[in-house]
Design a protein around this ligand. Structure first.
Ligand code: CP
Length: 334
């Protein structure tokens, strides 16, 4: 049984098939491929796009979605094995996943890091526990990667450039300032899918402390070796933006400060000028701009960049609906 935990677990032909099916759903919204089927959407963190697009996607294909928020409208869940559960958790993932799997055909999970210990968070404990105990396919709705966003992003780029072949495009993943240290999931995912598509990828970040986890840097190197393209790390804004075809922005916390964020703050504060603005975009090759959203305007990107015809963030967000319908359909009929 196949899950959708990371795009790296899927072959390139299978990812391409998902993108083709997503395009078909974009043209023909309604279908019956989930008729009589259901998905449990388990949210440990807030969402606007993910919840809406999964719920609506299931409905449009004849299926049904049930949203559960453990600790809010569902019981708090224990993930550690062998724990004497005399604290706040009321039931164990071993029961939760197995019971849900008796009811539904698919399970989606959103579980962000706890931001205390990266060595713990990088194990993706919650997602892996669902996948371990569930007897139905599990979909990653964002944990330490965001593979659904990856496919929506890839589809938006293919649509913008009018081709499924993105090889040779200069792609800049730029860190941006945010007042809080954020999840690295979307950055990990952008690096993964951009290299998978064979683009010439630059990771632009303020200092080496902001380089991503070695697992995702390694995936990117593996992808470059297989798909062509290249991977460069840069701390220089002008040369990174020069001639770029794609600028993708995201903020994230520096991993060496994980759980001890105090000393990271004054470093981060020095790099507010990483904001994506008109001057930087003018250095590009009439480059396209995108972001996963939500985005703080005039902190991460200026109004002018967000309102520019070269901004495809809204199309990327729309594509979440179409790619997730393709993912749910594929997993429900394996
Ligand atoms: N991009 C994204 O996942 O948006 P939400 O957090 O609103 O779901």
């Amino acid at each position: 049984m196949k899950h959708f935990l990371n795009t790296q677990d899927w072959s390139r032909p299978d990812l391409d098939a998902l993108l083709r099916q997503a395009t078909a759903y974009k043209h023909e919204k309604l279908g019956i491929s989930l008729k009589g089927k259901s998905i449990a959407l388990v949210f440990f963190n807030p969402s606007m796009r993910t919840r809406t697009s999964f719920e609506l996607g299931a409905f449009q294909l004849g299926g049904h979605a049930i949203v559960l928020q453990p600790g809010k409208d569902a019981w708090p869940i224990e993930f550690n094995l062998g724990t004497v559960m005399d604290g706040d958790t009321e039931e164990h993932i071993a029961e939760v996943a197995r019971v849900l799997a008796r009811y539904v055909d698919l399970i989606g999970v959103r579980a962000f890091p706890k931001f205390i210990d990266w060595q713990y968070d990088r194990q993706d404990v919650v997602l892996k526990a669902f996948a371990k105990y569930s007897t139905v396919p599990v979909i990653n709705m964002e944990t330490i990667t965001h593979p659904c966003q990856e496919l929506a992003h890839a589809l938006a780029l293919q649509e913008h450039f009018g081709t499924t072949d993105l090889r040779g495009k200069k792609y800049v993943l730029t860190w941006t300032y945010h007042p809080k240290p954020l999840n690295t999931a979307v950055a990990n995912s952008a690096l993964t899918i951009a290299t998978r598509m064979g683009m010439d990828v630059t990771l632009l970040c303020p200092t080496e402390q902001y380089i991503l986890d070695e697992r995702y840097m390694g995936w990117a190197r593996d992808n470059v070796a297989e798909s062509g393209g290249s991977l460069t790390v840069s701390h220089d804004i002008e040369s990174a933006y020069a001639g770029a075809d794609v600028v993708y922005a995201k903020s994230w916390g520096a991993l060496p400060f994980f759980g001890n964020w105090g000393p990271e703050q004054p470093i981060r504060e020095q790099f507010k000028h990483f904001i994506v603005d008109e001057a930087k975009m003018a250095l590009t090759n009439n480059g396209v701009f995108s972001h996963c959203l939500p985005l703080r305007r005039n902190v991460k990107a200026t109004d002018a960049v967000m309102d520019s015809p070269n901004c495809i963030a809204i199309n990327e967000a729309e594509n979440r609906l179409h790619v997730q319908k393709a993912i749910m359909s594929a997993l429900a009929h394996q």
